[in-house]
Design a protein around this ligand. Structure first.
Ligand code: ZN
Length: 302
């Protein structure tokens, strides 16, 4: 039996928000079993808790924005990906501003931070959302589908008409923290130079630079250090998928196929799964499924 996992002690870091460009302090704290991942804004009159759950998603354009009780927090996806990839179930994420720090544009710094805190195995067992029939979302040439499987699997494809990207595919077989840390956590956000001006005009990406984003001109990356992997782009998409799947509130057992995905499509799948109550069941809960806190956390509106 796999037990729930939190971190062993409090850890902090500082950085700037990718979109706001503003400095932010991030503190991670251990949390009780059944808490899930909860973001806490502590820069107002009183702390406001925002559950990191699909029902709290307010926007998925460029970054994932979560909101609850009048407070919002955005660019949560890479920290959530680190939690999902390392199998951390319960943690409090305290920020003193509206956006998480971008760090180097990947999840590597968050993995380092979580590893520095150490892991703590908790008393209660960890339940899993196990898929029993396929769920699919299509949007023209883009689609995403989950099929039943006895473990977590991903088959991801992207297809960009760009000489440095083109068609790239990536496979994941099993949720393995070491594989995540080695092959996915370090893959950085990317953007096309032709889009960057539009982002700035929209008030986004103010903190974006070559230290935290791969920027591509019409031929190649502009970053002097080059790429960390030739297929860093699809690896980053898989990383983003991990962060979006964390918003299910439970680890998932199923095979996820993605063609030309992104946050919006990932979130549509998460919502479609949660809406289709016949498509999955919760495996491993000690108590009856209907009374389990996991189910309440999944189905009760935030
Ligand atoms: Zn990302």
């Amino acid at each position: 039996m796999r037990r729930q996992r939190t971190i062993a002690e409090k850890v902090s870091c500082t950085g700037v928000g990718l979109h706001s460009g503003a400095p932010v302090q991030l503190t991670l704290l251990p949390a009780r079993t059944g808490t899930g991942i909860v973001a806490v804004r502590n820069d107002g009159d009183r702390p406001v808790e925002i559950p990191c759950h699909s029902q709290a998603v307010q926007s998925t354009s460029f970054a994932t924005t979560l909101g609850h009780d009048g407070a919002t927090v955005f660019t949560v996806e890479h920290l959530l990906a680190a939690c999902f990839g390392l199998g951390i179930d319960n943690v409090r994420v305290v920020v003193d501003g509206p956006e998480l720090p971008v760090m180097d544009g990947s999840a590597a710094s968050f993995v380092y931070l979580l590893r520095s805190a150490g892991f703590f195995e908790q008393r209660d067992p960890r339940s899993v959302l196990r898929i029993r029939r396929p769920v699919e979302v299509r949007d023209g040439e883009r689609w995403i589908r989950v099929e039943p499987a006895r473990r977590f699997r991903v088959s991801y494809a992207i297809d960009f008409d760009h000489p440095a990207v083109g068609r790239q595919t990536f496979e994941v077989d099993g949720l393995d923290p070491d594989h995540f840390e080695r092959e996915l956590a370090g893959a950085r956000t990317f953007a096309f130079l032709r889009d960057v001006q539009g982002l700035w005009d929209a008030g986004l990406a103010k903190g974006g630079n070559l230290e935290n984003t791969i920027v591509l001109d019409d031929d190649k990356p502009l970053n002097p250090e080059g790429l960390r992997w030739p297929d860093e782009f699809v690896r980053h998409k898989v990383l983003d998928l991990y962060g979006d799947l964390a918003l299910l509130g439970l680890p998932i057992e199923g095979h996820i196929h993605v063609e030309r995905g992104g946050h919006t499509l990932h979130q549509k799948l998460v919502s479609a799964i949660l809406r289709d109550r016949e498509a999955w069941y919760i495996h491993g809960a000690e108590r009856s499924v209907e009374s389990s806190f996991e189910l309440r956390r999944l189905l009760v509106p935030a």
